[in-house]
Design a protein around this ligand. Structure first.
Ligand code: APR
Length: 168
């Protein structure tokens, strides 16, 4: 599998699946979540509502991932995952690793060959971007997956530099 770094907007990526940094409600928010719903259109939210009504009555747990249509985005699917909120008293690294592992597992179930990830948990959820980059790249590198391209799409220079330092 190839790891690619891109400086840009995840909603514009021509990949099979785009990973959304969602919250457990699956009903939208700001940041990546807001951009994906805004650009992708109402079909994404409708599919998320169906998931809430069918399988995730209490919401999607942190570290888990689930797929919906990508609506009007160039991608075919959105893989929604819920990152951990950074904590200084509890090590939640395994949950952030799980977001990446579970997203790739869902991508494999879909038959997706290219997957774009944002820097999960590094915005509203306040995870230090350098540490998030380490966890993200290490987890993706170690994953058993049929995905051929993992693209980290970084929205600002600091995040890009942090991931570049990890991806070599
Ligand atoms: N494309 C790529 N990256 C983006 C985009 C975009 N269009 N918009 C924001 N980002 C970057 C942010 O700069 C940050 O580095 O994505 C990273 C993750 O930030 P958030 O979107 O805030 O996600 P997160 O920290 O995981 O917090 C999730 O925020 O938006 C709400 O509903 C969401 O409650 C959930 C929480």
């Amino acid at each position: 599998m190839e790891i690619v770094l891109v400086r840009g907007d995840i909603t514009e990526q021509q990949v099979d699946a785009v990973v959304n940094a969602a919250n457990s409600s699956l009903l939208g928010g700001g940041g990546v979540d807001g951009a994906i719903h805004r650009k992708g259109g109402p079909d994404i939210l409708a599919a998320c509502r169906d998931l809430r009504a069918s399988h995730y009555g209490k919401g999607l747990p942190t570290g888990r991932a689930v797929a919906t249509t990508a609506g009007r985005l160039p991608a075919r699917w959105v893989i929604h995952t819920v990152g951990p909120v950074h904590s200084t008293t509890e090590d939640r690294s395994e949950l952030l690793a799980s977001c990446h592992r579970e997203s790739l597992r869902v991508a494999d179930e879909l038959g997706a060959r290219s997957v774009a990830f944002p820097a999960i948990s590094t915005g509203v959820y306040r995870w230090p971007v350098e540490d998030a980059a380490r966890i993200a790249v290490e987890t993706v590198r170690a994953a058993e997956t049929s995905v051929e391209e993992v693209r980290f799409v970084l929205f600002d220079e600091r995040a890009y530099e942090a991931f570049a330092a990890q991806a070599g």
